[in-house]
Write a protein of this length. Structure first.
Lengths: 316, 271
């Protein structure tokens, strides 16, 4: 019936393009398949395929004597992953990612709040660009800039010297864990660069969440006698939380997998990314490298699931 | 209407926001200063003197030019691939309803949601399993994979704003699907695609983590910089290259911003 009606109302087109588009109109699934096919083939085969091949290899093991991969299913590699030295690397990386995320949120919140609530018109555009430009500027150049800053002969030492606070810097560097010979080979340096490079990713999601908070909600809180601290604690913060969680997905994930920053600015103790790099490169132990990559995947999987439950994806 | 009082920010907030922005921008500005320093052996501050001679030295370095050319080539082709794939995917997700739609949008985001090192090592081990030698194309393959999401995000946002009645009107007036795409859909999404393409180009141009796994012997500009960072040989040349990279990456960002700013405001206001 419908086909008949279509034929009566719309005579069939003659041109190839016309006939083809009529065909697509009658068979939307074919069109959908044609649209989705290429991207799904690319991402599904190239990306997911590689990912699964990698994960599969984590269930193989390496022969200690020959150094060849033993293609038999085993959990030995995971047992190796849970040894003390490797567990240390995982704990170090995850705690660094957590601290970086926390401090990034602290720095990003005022910027996002100002941009969302007080910046108007031209200022708002300027704020947006002021966030976008550092966010998109070259990753390596940013690290390089901090290498210049943190170097012993660099600007930071000069600055402390001018303020007569060099003793403070030296005292900090003698501390265990966070200290070192100079800032550029200490955890403190690694931490600062991590925050610098990933913090901009936090601002826009928080800003997006804050823009959806109606101004009269805050005024209502004031009218009801809420102090600024109470307004923040009970009104603003809960409403901004999805944005913070959305931003923390980036800062957390990016810190978790980075191997270049701790290699260039940091002590010799490894992070997950460096361990993966070393295992697959010089050590040639692909199974252990693959098992190491499972750690961020599992952590990020749990994180994304939690974030989705908190409604963080609406803030992206 | 908002009262006048709430339009000026508290002082503490102003200071915190300004300090945050200064923290984001001052290190990049320092790069500009160091490009002119006369000091060759260290990162001494303040620079003992200023000179422009390193620009000429960098200009005459064939390795810098080779790396730059490779980066531009990879970024162009990866962007082209990402534009096609990202647009197709965005069209399917935004214009139709089908089972697994959520999964598709998750799949597109996955290459940048997971740390880059995972994408890199997964591709590298897949290349070695399939016996594919490292080449220009392996670098491009990796880049296109994570560039798709940038194009996709821009295109999806714009597709949502195209009203369905426009497309129906075009069809009622007798246009076939291809004509509708050419004369109705494409003009509407063109600026979003251009913006997405520029961002994809910037992303690919700057990528280093995945590239270290897929590049073999060739070096893109970021790989060249990484080597200089690990083993500094020519600090002044690196300073100049860093400054040029900052300027080159700012251009597509500014371009993408001007192309999408009106649309973004409308999309933001609609939420």
């Amino acid at each position: 019936m419908t086909i008949l009606a279509e034929r009566v109302i719309l005579p069939e087109r003659r041109s190839t393009a016309g006939r083809l588009s009529d065909f697509f109109w009658r068979h939307p699934h074919v069109l959908l398949a044609l649209l989705l096919g290429p991207p799904l083939l690319w991402l599904g085969v190239v990306y997911l395929g590689s990912l699964f091949a990698l994960l599969l290899q984590s269930f193989f093991s390496i022969d200690d004597f020959s150094g060849l991969i033993n293609y038999e299913f085993t959990l030995a590699t995971y047992r190796q992953l849970l040894s003390d030295t490797h567990l240390d690397i995982i704990i170090r990386t995850v705690s660094m990612a957590a601290i970086v995320t926390f401090v990034s949120a602290l720095i990003a919140f005022p910027i996002a709040y100002y941009a969302a609530r007080y910046a108007r018109g031209k200022w708002k555009a300027l704020f947006y660009l002021a966030v976008m430009l550092p966010l998109w500027s070259s990753y390596l150049v940013k690290i390089y800039a901090w290498k210049l800053i943190l170097a012993k002969e660099g600007i930071l030492t000069w600055f402390f010297e001018k303020l007569n606070l060099l003793w403070l810097l030296e005292a900090w560097l003698t501390l265990p864990v966070v200290g070192g010979n100079s800032l550029s080979v200490s955890y403190t340096g690694t931490f600062i660069v991590f925050v610098y490079v990933w913090m901009p990713f936090m601002i826009l999601p928080i800003q997006a969440a804050l823009e959806r908070v109606p101004a009269n909600l805050i005024e209502a809180s004031w009218d009801l006698g809420g102090t600024p601290a109470q307004t923040f604690r009970y009104v603003l913060f809960p409403l901004a939380l999805p944005g913070i969680v959305a931003g923390s997905i980036f800062t957390f994930s990016l810190t978790l997998g980075d191997y270049i920053i701790p290699q260039i600015v940091g002590s010799s103790r490894l992070f997950i990314g460096q361990a993966v790099y070393a295992q697959q490169g010089t050590a040639g132990n692909i199974p252990l490298a693959a098992a190491f990559t499972v750690v961020p995947i599992v952590i990020m999987g749990a994180y994304l699931w939690m974030a989705k439950r908190m409604g963080a994806f609406d803030a992206l | 209407m908002r009262s006048e009082k709430s339009n000026s920010a508290p002082l503490g907030l102003k200071i915190a926001a300004a300090a945050g922005l200064a923290f984001m921008h001052l290190p990049i500005l320092l790069i500009f200063l160091y490009a002119f320093t006369t000091e060759e052996k260290s990162y001494q501050f303040p620079p003992p003197g200023l000179t422009t001679q390193w620009f000429a030295v960098a200009w005459n370095r064939p390795d810098v030019w080779a790396a730059l050319t490779l980066s531009v080539k990879v970024a162009s082709i990866a962007t082209a691939a990402a534009l096609v794939l990202g647009t197709l995917c965005a069209a399917a997700v935004s214009q139709t309803r089908f089972f697994g739609r959520e999964a598709v949008s998750l799949l597109v985001i996955l290459p940048i949601a997971l740390p880059g090192i995972i994408t890199g090592i997964a591709l590298r081990s897949a290349f070695s399993i399939a016996d594919i030698p490292f080449s220009f194309w392996t670098i491009m393959l990796g880049h296109a994979t994570f560039c798709i999401v940038v194009v996709y995000n821009n295109a999806v946002a714009r597709f949502r704003r195209i009203s369905g009645s426009l497309i129906e009107a075009s069809m009622d007036l007798g246009a076939d699907g291809f004509q509708t795409f050419r004369y109705v859909i494409l003009p509407n999404i063109a600026t979003a695609l251009l913006a997405g393409g520029m961002l994809a180009f910037a992303l690919s141009f700057d990528e280093v983590i995945v590239t270290t796994f897929t590049a073999g012997q060739q070096s893109t500009l970021p790989i060249w910089m990484l080597e200089e960072l690990i083993r500094p040989r020519q600090r002044p040349v690196t300073n100049v290259v860093a400054m040029v990279v900052v300027i080159v990456t700012f251009l597509p960002i500014l371009g993408a911003y001007y192309l999408t700013r009106d649309g973004d405001q409308i999309a933001g206001a609609g939420k």
